[in-house]
Design a protein around this ligand. Structure first.
Ligand code: GLN
Ligand code: ZN
Length: 756
C-alpha cells in the first residue's frame, strides 16, 4: 500500500485545517484530529488484513511540500515564518500570506492532484528534518503494526522542482543531487533507529522519457543510498506508466525491492521485467489494483499477472498501483447509486479488500478465495451486460461516424470570411471566457434549491435575474461578444454530467485536488447520450436580451473525460467519441436556436497528454477527433471558439491547429503573451485571444497594462486575428474587480483600435 486518502470519512481534516486558518481550531486540536485520522486509517487497513501500513503518506497540505520541509529546502522568503511557528510557516509556504507569495502549485503527473513546486538553486542548503516522518512511524509502530514510511525519492524531488526566483531558468537541478543524498541518508538512518525495517522511496518521475543524464543520476542515487551501512531496506516505487529505460537501472541498483505499476499504460512493465531477467533476490511490490480509477479489479487477470511475477522476483507482494489518494474513501457511503451498479465500483476501502483478497489467493491458492472470485466474475458480467454500459443506439451512431462528420463544410479561410460578414465585429473584438462571479447569493440559491427551501421556479427566477445583470453590465461596458455568465452551473463538468445519460454522481466521492480543496468527480460509467438540450434555454434567454452576439458555452469532450472517473472497459477514444456526439447535438441545437458563436472549452487537452511521448500521437488523434466531431456540424458562418488554460502549450501547438476551431482563447497574462508568439512562430493561421487579465489574482490590471500586453500580442498576431479577453472564466472573482478589469480591457482595445 503506497498511501491512503487523508481527509477522513466526513472530510474531518479539511474542516480542522480550515478551522485552524480561521482561528476557530487550535493547533493542538488540529494535531489531535490529524493523529486520530491516521490512526483510524491504519487500524482499518490492519483490520482488512494489510500487513505493512504506510506512514508519511498523511499530510496537512501536500507530501511534496512535506519533502521540502524534510530536506530543509525552505525558500528564503518563508524562513522567518517557519522559524516563528513551523505550522504557520508551513501553511505560509502552501498558501502565501498578505506579504509572502506561496510556492507555485502544479499537477502531480497526469492526475488531478496538485503539489507545491520546490524552489531550488545553487545556494540551496539542504538539512535533514526527519521529525515528522519519525513521529508518524512511531505512532503506527505504537499501535503494534508493521509500518513502511513512504518518502518522495531524491531524483523525483529534484525533477519536480524549479529554479528559485532569481536563479537562471536553465539551472540544472540535478547538480544538487550530491548535496541532497546525504540528507536522505540521515533521514533513512533516523527512520531505521525509530524502528523502520523498510522505507519506500517514490520515483514516479522516472516513468517519463528521461535523458541518459537523468538515468545516470538515478543510478548514482540508488548506488549511494544502497551502499549506506546504517539504513533500512529500500523499496523504490514507480507508478503511472512503464519504467522503461529506468527499469534496468533500478533493477541493478543495490536496493532490496521495487514497486511497479501493472495497470493501464504501465502494464508493459510485465514484459519489460521479464526482458531484464526479473528481480532476482529482490522484493517486488506488484501494483495490480488500479489506484487511480474507481472500478473493481478483474481478479482473474490480476492473478494471472501475479502468477507470472512470482517467477520473476524473490518475493511478491500485492498492492495498489499508486497511492489511493486519487480515489474516494468508501462506496459504502453512497446511498443514491443503484446497489447493482455500486458493486462495479471500488473506492479506497474496497480496493484494500481487493489487495488482501488477491494476496490470499496468491499465497494460499485460488480455492481459498473461490467465493470472492465468483462474486467478482458476477459483478464484471453484470457490468458488461448492463444496458447502462451498452446502449445499442449510442453504439450504432458511434460506429457510423465518418471522417466527414468531423470536418467543417468549408476550410477556415472561407469560413472566416463568412463569419466576418455575419458577425460584423470590430477589430480586436472583446469577449470573456464564460463565467461571471459565482456570488454567495448564487451558491445559497443552489443550496436552497437542493434543500427544498427554494422551488424550481424561484431558483430559475434568480438565475434569470443574474443573467440580466451580467448582460446589462457587458453591454454597458462595451464588450462585443457577450456571455450569459454560467450562473446555473455548479461546475463545468458536473453540470453536463448531471444531464447526460451514462454518467453517475456520487454523494461522498471526494478526492483531494490540493490542500483542503476536494472535488467530487462524476463517474462516466456507461454509454453516453443526451436526452434533451442542456444549455439552449439559458443561452436563448440571454440572446433575447441583447442585439449583440451571445456566445454559447460548452465543456469539450476531452475535458469531460479528464475531470471524471472514466470507464475502463473500452478505449478512451471510444468514450470520447460518444461524449462528442452528445455535445455535437448540443452545438447544433444552439446554432438552430440562433447562436452564431459557440465556445467549446478544452482546458484539459494538455493535461491528459500521456506521460511518455510514445503515447502522444494516438491520444492527440482521438482527442482532436472528438473536438472536431463536437463542432463539425455547424454552418460556415457559425464561429467556433475554444479555450485552454493552465498549460504549457508548446508540445500541443499542432494539435491546437488540428481542432480546426475558428478562435482560441488562452491563458497568457502571466507569461507576458508568450503563447501568442509561440503560436505565431508555429504558423497558427486562425484567430487568437491571448488573455490580458490574470484572473487567478485579485489584482485589477489598469488600461495601460492591458494596452501594453495587447501591443505585445499585436507584434505576433495581426490585428485582424487578435481578440481581447481575460485568461479564464471569472467565477472565482468578485464583482468590483471584474467590473474594473473588464472596463479597462475595453478601454485598452479601443485605444489600440483608434491607432490602427
Ligand atoms: N467557460 C469556463 C468558465 O468561464 C471555462 C473554465 C476553464 O477554462 N477552466 O468558467
Ligand atoms: Zn480557463
Amino acid at each position: 500500500m503506497h498511501g491512503y486518502p487523508r481527509q477522513g470519512p466526513n472530510r474531518e481534516l479539511k474542516k480542522a485545517i480550515e478551522g485552524y486558518w480561521k482561528g476557530r481550531v487550535s493547533a493542538e486540536a488540529l494535531r489531535t484530529t490529524a493523529a486520530g485520522l491516521r490512526r483510524a486509517n491504519w487500524e482499518q487497513l490492519a483490520r482488512a488484513g494489510v500487513h505493512e501500513v504506510p506512514t508519511g503518506d498523511f499530510s496537512y497540505y501536500d507530501h511534496v511540500l512535506d519533502t521540502s520541509v524534510m530536506v530543509g529546502a525552505i525558500p528564503a522568503r518563508h524562513r522567518a515564518a517557519v522559524a516563528a511557528d513551523p505550522l504557520d510557516g508551513y501553511f505560509a509556504m502552501a498558501r502565501g500570506t498578505q506579504d509572502l507569495a506561496p510556492l507555485e502549485m502544479t499537477k502531480w503527473f497526469d492526475t488531478n492532484y496538485h503539489y507545491l513546486v520546490p524552489e531550488l538553486g545553487p545556494d540551496t542548503v539542504f538539512a535533514a528534518d526527519s521529525a515528522e516522518q519519525v513521529a508518524q512511524l512511531t505512532e503506527a509502530l505504537g499501535l503494534g503494526l508493521a509500518a513502511r514510511p513512504v518518502l518522495v525519492g531524491p531524483v523525483t524531488y529534484l525533477l519536480l522542482a524549479k529554479p528559485a526566483p532569481g536563479v537562471a531558468a536553465g539551472f540544472d537541478l540535478l547538480t544538487l543531487l550530491d548535496r541532497l543524498l546525504p540528507v536522505y541518508a540521515e533521514v533513512l538512518a533516523d527512520l531505521r533507529a525509530a524502528g523502520a525495517h523498510w522505507v519506500q522511496l517514490d520515483e514516479p518521475a522516472l516513468v517519463q522519457d528521461r535523458s541518459p543524464a537523468v538515468l545516470n543520476a538515478a543510478a548514482r542515487a540508488y548506488r549511494d543510498l544502497g551502499t549506506l551501512t546504517d539504513r533500512p531496506q529500500l523499496l523504490v516505487a514507480s507508478y503511472f506508466d512503464r519504467l522503461g529505460e529506468a527499469l534496468p537501472v533500478l533493477a541493478k541498483a543495490p536496493v532490496e525491492g521495487l514497486a511497479l505499476d501493472f495497470t493501464g499504460p504501465a502494464a508493459g512493465n510485465l514484459q519489460d521485467l521479464a526482458a531484464v531477467g526479473g528481480l532476482p533476490g529482490k522484493r517486488l511490490v506488484a501494483g495490480v489494483v488500479n489506484g487511480r480509477n474507481i472500478w473493481i479489479n478483474h481478479y482473474e487477470q490480476s492473478l494471472a499477472t501475479l502468477g507470472t511475477l512470482l517467477g520473476l522476483a524473490e518475493r511478491v507482494d500485492v498492492s495498489s498501483s499508486c497511492s489511493l489518494l486519487h480515489v474516494p474513501l468508501d462506496t459504502g457511503a453512497e446511498r443514491d447509486i443503484d446497489p447493482q451498479i455500486l458493486r462495479w465500483l471500488a473506492f479506497a476501502r474496497q480496493k484494500t479488500t481487493e489487495i488482501v483478497t488477491l494476496a490470499r489467493g496468491l499465497a494460499r491458492g485460488t480455492d481459498t478465495i473461490a467465493a470472492e472470485l465468483a462474486a467478482n466474475r458476477a459483478d464484471l458480467a453484470s457490468r458488461a451486460g448492463s444496458a447502462l454500459t451498452h446502449d445499442p443506439a449510442v453504439r450504432a451512431r458511434a460506429a457510423a461516424v465518418t471522417e466527414a462528420d468531423g470536418r467543417r463544410s468549408q476550410p477556415y479561410a472561407e469560413r472566416s470570411a463568412a463569419q466576418r460578414a455575419h458577425l460584423r465585429l470590430p477589430l480586436l473584438p472583446t469577449t470573456t471566457i464564460g463565467s461571471f462571479p459565482q456570488t454567495a447569493a448564487l451558491r445559497t440559491a443552489r443550496a436552497d434549491l437542493r434543500a427544498g427551501r427554494l422551488d424550481a421556479e424561484g431558483y430559475e427566477e434568480r438565475i434569470s435575474a443574474e443573467i440580466r445583470e451580467v448582460l446589462a453590465f457587458q453591454e454597458k461596458a462595451g464588450i462585443d461578444v457577450l456571455v450569459h455568465g454560467e450562473p446555473e452551473r455548479n461546475d463545468m463538468v458536473q453540470y453536463f454530467a448531471e444531464q447526460l445519460t451514462g454518467y453517475l454522481a456520487t454523494q461522498h466521492g471526494w478526492v483531494q485536488s490540493y490542500g483542503t480543496r476536494y472535488v467530487r468527480p462524476p463517474v462516466l460509467a456507461g454509454d453516453i447520450s443526451r436526452p434533451e438540450p442542456m444549455t439552449v434555454r439559458w443561452t436563448r434567454y440571454a440572446q433575447s436580451l441583447t442585439e449583440r452576439p451571445v456566445k454559447g458555452m460548452l465543456t469539450g469532450p476531452v475535458t469531460m473525460l479528464a475531470w471524471s472517473f472514466v470507464r475502463d472497459d473500452q478505449p478512451l477514444g471510444d468514450t470520447a467519441r460518444q461524449v462528442a456526439l452528445a455535445l455535437r447535438d448540443e452545438v447544433n441545437d444552439l446554432e438552430a436556436a440562433g447562436t452564431s458563436v459557440i465556445q467549446v472549452d478544452e482546458p484539459a487537452l494538455r493535461e491528459t497528454l500521456p506521460l511518455r511521448a510514445a503515447g502522444h500521437a494516438a491520444y492527440l488523434a482521438w482527442a482532436t477527433e472528438a473536438f472536431r466531431l463536437t463542432t463539425g456540424g455547424v454552418r460556415p458562418a457559425t464561429q467556433i471558439h475554444t479555450h485552454m488554460c493552465y498549460a504549457e502549450f508548446g508540445d500541443i501547438l499542432r494539435a491546437i491547429e488540428d481542432l480546426d476551431a475558428d478562435v482560441i482563447s488562452l491563458e497568457a497574462a502571466r507569461s507576458h503573451m508568450q503563447v501568442a508568439s509561440e503560436l505565431a512562430t508555429a504558423g497558427y493561421p486562425r484567430e487568437v485571444g491571448p488573455g490580458v487579465y490574470d484572473i487567478h489574482s485579485p489584482r485589477v490590471p489598469d488600461a495601460a497594462e492591458a494596452t501594453a500586453l495587447l501591443r505585445k500580442g499585436l507584434a505576433a498576431i495581426p490585428a485582424e486575428r487578435l481578440w481581447v479577453n481575460p485568461d479564464c472564466g471569472l467565477k472565482t472573482r468578485g464583482w468590483p474587480e471584474v467590473r474594473a478589469a473588464l472596463e479597462n480591457l475595453v478601454t485598452a482595445a479601443r485605444e489600440i483600435r483608434g491607432g490602427l
